[in-house]
Design a protein around this ligand. Structure first.
Ligand code: HEC
Length: 192
């Protein structure tokens, strides 16, 4: 009798464990979801940091370089060059997602633009008000930047230098269109 009961317990235990494992994972609670989206950086932090660095890496990777011996085509040479470039393109693509997170300020308290503002430029506070009032448009521009970064990733994976160059041009336009709308709406020509 005693032995039988113990036997039954030993059998029931692994079955209970199995049943617990087979259960689908519980959806994350809203508390966890809210915790995931806690922007720590300002838009300016992202722009002056990872966005600019990644875009510069993509623009600098290909093109024509003037040397003492005349113009020379610049292309990534080694596997490591391509891998590094891909990392930058991936980072830029993900920056698109970060820009779409709501609740991010344009400037932290006391933070100002690295370059002096031009006449009629939106201050970070004005820019934030515009973004909050036109979130769909802002997200749309972020998505265009993301799409061009994804085009760059594909060009990198195919080691297609022409496509990479073309994506670089589209990227420049993606930056400009958002800046023209949310940074310097009164500028007639994009500032240098
Ligand atoms: C979705 C919109 C959006 C896109 C896309 C975007 N930016 Fe910005 N960028 C902003 C906003 C908003 C500001 C700040 C405007 C203000 O302060 O009034 C800014 C500011 C900047 C600054 C100024 C930083 C400083 O501290 O002086 C740089 C540099 C910059 N962006 C680079 C880029 C580059 C490079 C790209 C493209 C690869 C890009 N941005 C794409 C919205 C965008």
């Amino acid at each position: 009798m005693k032995l039988n009961r113990l036997h039954g317990l030993l059998l029931a235990l692994p079955l209970a464990v199995l049943a617990a494992c087979a259960k689908p994972p519980a959806p994350p609670s809203t508390a966890v979801a809210a915790f995931v989206q806690q922007p720590q950086a300002s838009v300016l932090d992202l722009m002056a940091g990872p966005v600019d660095a990644a875009a510069d890496a993509l623009w600098d990777a290909v093109g024509t370089e003037s040397t003492a011996k005349g113009p020379v085509d610049k292309i990534p040479q080694t596997d490591a060059d391509w891998a590094k470039l891909r990392m930058h393109a991936v980072m830029l693509a993900e920056m698109g997602n970060l820009l779409m997170i709501e609740g991010r300020v344009v400037a932290r308290p006391g933070q100002s633009l690295e370059n002096p503002p031009g006449e009629g430029d939106l201050t970070p506070e004005q820019s934030l008000a515009e973004i909050n009032a036109n979130r769909a448009a802002f997200n749309g521009f972020a998505k265009v930047m993301q799409d061009t970064a994804v085009t760059s990733i594909k060009a990198i994976d195919a080691r297609n230098v022409d496509a990479l160059l073309e994506a670089g041009g589209a990227l420049d336009e993606a930056c400009e269109t958002c800046h023209t709308r949310f940074w310097y709406p009164k500028a007639t020509a994009p500032p240098k």
